[in-house]
Design a protein around this ligand. Structure first.
Ligand code: ADP
Ligand code: MG
Length: 254
């Protein structure tokens, strides 16, 4: 039974369930991320990885279960109070998507300052200062006035990461951040994520990059049909998994 008084946990998910019609996709899943944890979430296509991340920030409302952020339960109900809870939740959970989801008609800088100004209420000067620092961090200061269409996929994803960081979230969620990229662009994005891990940021990373997951994570979680099939430290997970499903998955990826 998860410790519900674990106020030190950055994120606690208790018995989460999500259905689409008759299809139950997340089947009573519990997971705790402590401050500074980098958890890679692995699993076959359709195992529920994206749905899990989307439930965490209520892009998909869960059907059952509890979500705790920093010891506080998210009470997302219908109506204005619920929406305020969800907005506060989304500030705390930065999400980076497979397909970047940048605003195409806005420049790089405009993409990054939009939410800090309109959601956090930063003034323009503060927001721009923060954006410039983040552009340096992801190595794209020279692209501040470019539009997304003028950037490579790897550059767009680094901007999407900067945009997520601009909200100063407690936790970062990555959903296959390199899956849409040409192979030669994967490394530059992984490098940025690795630097965030080195800063001890709390992160959940859905990925198929197994070597990366092994190097960057302190825990691996393997999903199968909406449940955790196996979890553990990377070395044990990759060298000596107990689940036959995990063994099969790992050998199919080599
Ligand atoms: P993964 O990210 O691990 O590939 P997903 O979370 O995307 O898996 O999907 C898990 C299952 O839920 C799949 O069977 C998928 O078809 C189904 N699913 C996901 N989103 C929806 C949706 N909006 N409506 C109906 N079914 C969905
Ligand atoms: Mg997915």
């Amino acid at each position: 039974m998860p410790d519900r008084n674990n106020t030190t946990a950055a994120l606690q998910v208790v018995n989460l369930r999500k259905r689409f019609g008759q299809l139950e996709v997340i089947k009573g899943l519990s997971l705790t991320a402590n401050q500074g944890d980098v958890i890679s979430i692995l699993g076959s296509s359709g195992s529920g990885k994206s749905t899990l991340l989307r439930c965490l920030n209520f892009l998909e409302p869960p059907n059952e279960g509890e979500i705790w952020i920093g010891g506080r339960q998210i009470q997302a109900r219908a109506g204005a109070t619920g929406q305020r809870e969800i907005n506060a939740l989304r500030i705390n959970l930065g999400m980076v998507f497979q397909t970047f989801n940048l605003w195409l008609h806005k420049t790089v800088l405009e993409n990054i300052v939009e939410a800090p100004i309109h959601v956090l209420g930063l003034n323009k000067a503060e927001a721009h200062l923060r954006a410039e620092e983040l552009l340096l961090k992801v190595g794209l200061a020279d692209k501040r006035h470019a539009y997304p269409s003028q950037l490579s996929g790897g550059q767009q994803q680094r901007i999407a990461i900067a945009r997520a960081l601009a909200m100063e979230p407690e936790i970062l969620l990555f959903d296959e951040p390199t899956s849409a990229l040409d192979p030669e662009l994967v490394g530059e994005v992984l490098k940025v994520i690795r630097a965030l891990a080195d800063e001890s940021r709390t992160m959940l990373i859905v990925t198929h990059e197994l070597n990366f997951a092994r190097q960057v994570s302190n825990r691996i979680v393997f999903l199968h049909e909406g449940q955790i099939e196996e979890e553990g430290p990377p070395d044990a997970f990759f060298t000596n998994p107990s689940s036959p499903r995990v063994r099969q998955f790992l050998s199919s990826q080599r």
